[in-house]
Structures are given as structure tokens and as C-alpha cells.
Ligand binder design. Sequence first.
Ligand code: GTP
Ligand code: K
Ligand code: MG
Length: 364
Amino acid sequence: MGILEKISEIEKEIARTQKNKATEYHLGLLKAKLAKYRAQLLEPSKSAPSKGEGFDVMKSGDARVALIGFPSVGKSTFLSLMTSTASEAASYEFTTLTCIPGVIEYKGANIQLLDLPGIIEGAAQGKGRGRQVIAVARTADVVIMMLDATKGEVQRSLLEKELESVGIRLNKHKPNIYFKPKKGGGLSFNSTVTLTQCSEKLVQLILHEYKIFNAEVLFREDCSPDEFIDVIVGNRVYMPCLYVYNKIDQVSMEEVDRLARQPDSVVISCGMKLNLDYLLEVLWEYLALTCIYTKKRGQRPDFTDAIILRKGASVEHVCHRIHRSLASQFKYALVWGTSTKYSPQRVGLTHTMEHEDVIQIVKK
Ligand SMILES: Nc1nc2c(ncn2[C@@H]2O[C@H](COP(=O)(O)OP(=O)(O)OP(=O)(O)O)[C@@H](O)[C@H]2O)c(=O)[nH]1
Ligand SMILES: [K+]
Ligand SMILES: [Mg+2]
């Protein structure tokens, strides 16, 4: 039996197994098996060496956003509208066959927007350019899942499944589980909260499936077996995703209203240029970039030219942005803003900056 068949067998068995106390171990085991086979599927095949995995587009700018969606939902139309790059759009499917980068300039930041070929069900297993598209999606800071408002909810759940199956986790945080394989000593299992979905026995079963017999496991959150498997497997990508329903010019007001109320969703029409400004505002929040203003001694901060960094950036990151050698000449910095208790406060290189902080760097 090939891996695809094994996967489909297990999926069928999971689907027909009723979920209850008596079956929870069996289900947990099936899920562990499923994750294992999927991982094998993703390993580059020996017959076709890495050639053609992902599109070679240089990362540039302050953040990267990937446009994922079925064919003809309007991804290229969107790129052409939002950036100065033109990407061919047409009414037939698979118009776009490669990755086309554009740049959105917003609030002083350069956001790289990637137009990609449409993907379909089975993309993760290599249908169409699915694997390449997904490889690019993994490198993004935010995924925009573009959907056709006239097609209802089906596209969304199909694509979510495709991305899930290759280890991309949308709008989820990393499970708060401490996991450390050991050389010996068996399983040491603990939790700081009441667990309603996992037990020591289930955790042990799942670990055995991965041939792990000695480990330290600490649940700090009431996680599911799937989340625990994610922690064992390890190479998961946790990514914010914005669902963008395009072509709302084609559906009723009631439907527009319903779609707009879905979580993490924005409705737009590229054709009629509706709601695009609002989409940018929401995208900006999902990117969660940090803008830092610099100030020279005795002068006012320069609010016209922000340094744009990822969330969690430190003073050292700020230094590197200003000049290569600045960190080595650094004595201390004064920071005004929400990251400090006092304004200004003297801080070192490891201090974490927050959005809209002002910084003055003092050299040795
Ligand atoms: N009615 C309507 N049509 C739109 C809208 N946006 C795009 N279209 C049309 O939808 C069709 C497909 O647009 P594309 O931009 O080529 O779609 P795509 O997602 O890039 O398609 P592929 O590259 O084939 O995957 C084109 O005929 C567009 O003119 C919209 O807001 N409303
Ligand atoms: K198209
Ligand atoms: Mg296109």
C-alpha cells in the first residue's frame, strides 16, 4: 500500500470512529499515525530531487504576505490594484503560473505581497503547483486566504485542510507544552492545569507511536492530542491568516453581512474597489509590526521616518537597522514609550521595544 492509500485508510477510520471516552486512545493513535505518514509525504522524493520546490523570490521589505486561494478568485487582480506591479488577470483558471511579487507601501513600511498560482484540493499532495505554493506560504508573515464570495464556505474549509495537512497552523498559537526527549528514566508526565482531552496514558501511547519511551512532558494548557502531536513533530508553522472574501459585488447584502461577521474575515470587491482601505488596516494589525522613532540628543523625535521591526524586536535590532557597527559602539539607550516603566528609561541592548517607542542611542 502506498502512503496516500494508507493516509486515506486512516482518515476513513477516523471519520467512522465515534468520538467518546472508549475510543479516545484509538483515535489518538490513529492521529499520531496520520501525522507520521503525512510527514513522509512531505519528504522530498528521491526520483525528483528538490528541483522546483518553491518559487525563488527574494524576501524583501519589512514583511511578507502570501496570497493563497482557488483559481480565479481574484488574487492577481488584487495584486495589480494594491501594488505598482501588474499581474495578468483573466476569467480562466490557472492564469498565474508562478510567484509574482509586488510591494504595498503602508504607514512607512514596505510589505511584500506575493501573487501565487491558484491551488486546489489535493495541492498538498502535489496537485498543480500546490507544493510550491505551500512552500512559499510557509515563508510568509501573514497568509491572505482569498475566497470567492459567491462560492460560500467550501473553499475555505478545503484550503484550511490542505494547509493543516502540511503543518501550517492558522490563527493558532504554539501549544504551551514542555516536551523533552531523554536518554532514560521513562516518561515523566505532569500538568499545571486540569486536562480534559489528554491523559498520561494517551500521551504515552502517542509517544510510543513515535518510538519515544523516555521523555519529560509538562502540559501548561488543556491541549488536544493533535496539539500534543504537533509538539512532538516539531516543524509546525504558526501563522496569522486573514480570510478575504472577494467579489462581494456579486452577492446579496445579507450574504455580505454574514461573511463579514466570520472570524478573521474581511469582505472586498476588487472589481468595484470596495473596502480595500479597511483590508489594509486589518492586515496591518495582523502583521503586528513595531514602529520605532529615533531621536537625537536635545532634538525632537523624527516622526516622519520610522524604523519598522517585527514584534519582539530588541534595542540591538534597532541598532543594526541604523548602522552595522552601532551595536558595538553602544553604551546605553534612552527609551520613551510603553515598553518602559519610566519615560525616559535607560536600557541595554536586550531591552524589548514596543510599537511607537522613541529611542535615543548613546555611544561609548
Ligand atoms: N465581479 C468581480 N469579478 C472580479 C473581481 N475581482 C476579480 N474579478 C474577476 O475574476 C477573474 C479572475 O481574476 P484573477 O485576478 O485572474 O484571479 P486569480 O485568483 O489570480 O486566478 P488564477 O491566477 O487563475 O489562480 C477575472 O475575470 C477578474 O476580472 C471582483 O471583485 N468582482
Ligand atoms: K484567473
Ligand atoms: Mg492569478
